[in-house]
Design a protein around this ligand. Sequence first.
Ligand SMILES: *[C@@H]1O[C@H](CO)[C@@H](O)[C@H](O)[C@H]1NC(C)=O
Ligand SMILES: *[C@@H]1O[C@H](CO)[C@@H](O)[C@H](O)[C@H]1NC(C)=O
Ligand SMILES: *[C@@H]1O[C@H](CO)[C@@H](O)[C@H](O)[C@H]1NC(C)=O
Length: 473
Amino acid sequence: MHFTFTAYTISVLSFIFYGHLTLPLVSAATLPGNQHDCNSHSKRLPSATWYQPDDHPVHQLFKRGPSAGTDGVPYAQVGSPAWSAAYPQSTPDANQLPELWVDALNSATAQGKIPGFAPSTPTDGNPVYPDGVDPLGNDVCSTTYKCRSDPDNIYDAPDGVMGISFDDGPLPSSSTKLYEFLQANKQRATHFFIGVNILQNPNEFMMAFETLQDDIAVHTWTHPHMTTLSNMDVLAQLGWTMEIIHNSTGGRLPKYWRPPFGDSDNRVNAIAKEVFGLKTIIWNQDTEDWSLSTNGTTSQQINASMTTWLTGPKVPGLNILEHELTDDTVQMFIDAWPVIKENGWNTISVAEMDGGAPYQNSPSSSGNVQPAANIVRPFVSVAQPSSTSSSSSSSSSSVPSSLTSATSTAGTTTSSSIAQSLTDTVISTSTGPNPSSSTSASQSQTTSSASRGTYWSWCSTLAIVVPSLWVLS
Ligand SMILES: *[C@@H]1O[C@H](CO)[C@@H](O)[C@H](O)[C@H]1NC(C)=O
Ligand SMILES: *[C@@H]1O[C@H](CO)[C@@H](O)[C@H](O)[C@H]1NC(C)=O
Ligand SMILES: *[C@@H]1O[C@H](CO)[C@@H](O)[C@H](O)[C@H]1NC(C)=O
């Protein structure tokens, strides 16, 4: 990467150290050109049924009219200016969401399917719940606090299996390095992609989806702590990532999402499941490879952890959190590969760990796509609390207004063209009391959340800002 020290660089650095940066606009015209034509996927007759039942609202949300294209719909070419301009360029504005998504959330809320407890608040880099809200209780079950009682969530891999997945892509350099390695070793993986990174790196996206035919999954639009967000902001983070993947894969709807920082709870999971049909995947081991670039860990420490796990018992299997964030994090996976193979691990993607189909309406990145329009039963809408609430955050009635305003986005213009301040989602980098430390008796999700705040400033910088630098420099 050609790196020029400019006023822009200084603002990036000041963001890292002081938490202030307005994300610069990267115009669609500066995006790398795309060689791939999304409409070129072969069209085959639908065969599989949808992951969610026919009356699940997700079918209605992404239902499209019949036309020409992979699922019967023409989509803007991935990487084209028209494609890019249709999405939020940074933190999505919860007041600018498709009405169908808001209606589906309201409907699920009215049916009592979305728990009503308040969001957590970022405190010393960790999400902290209001007094009286027990993060380890069955109502909340926060994954940050290592609650594992939600039977729908996936943590472990089956015995003898190592689930292969990577977070935070697609990115220039590191993703390409990873994809070349995966291709050479014929290894399928699941990629939990960040929406804005897809937007800024369409070529790497198409390489994962089309060349590798890997599984594309959701890692939210801008990588926030999801439990700190209002219902409407959760809707925005998941919805736009679903939309860009759906519209960039010939109509495939992701089936899995992984919460950034592993931070989710029953409220966030319920929105993911009830509105978008998504299943939550966490992990059971964490090398903290993302902190290599901040000296949080070292390659020696990662090597030692990986060696212990890979040469240890195979019950349960390994679902290790790994990142395609930098060349160094990718190198750690490449270094471990011979040890993985020597020890006889069955390496499959995390979607394969759960049955195989990475999408709700398609068995793979190259297989049949079930067009929603062909199979959806008429959507039976539940009486809405108010049909006028589509643009109001008051529809998330369980959220105290103080929290809503603290976490909602500051956009005042259209969602497709704003350079919004990211400071509204920046979480303090100081390492204060770590709520996880009081929960050591609970099960063995091995994330340390003490350094997650630090990760936020680096991850957001690397994952969101650095791609801009590539473009600008
Ligand atoms: C996704 O594709 C559908 C069908 O072509 C279209 O109606 C919708 O506007 C697209 N969404 C975006 C954000 O481009
Ligand atoms: C990490 O440590 C190295 C060696 O001590 C040092 O040169 C580098 O600046 C450190 N990086 C960060 C981000 O602190
Ligand atoms: C650890 O490092 C050694 C020496 O570079 C290497 O041979 C080995 O494959 C590494 N193991 C893992 C699990 O990364």
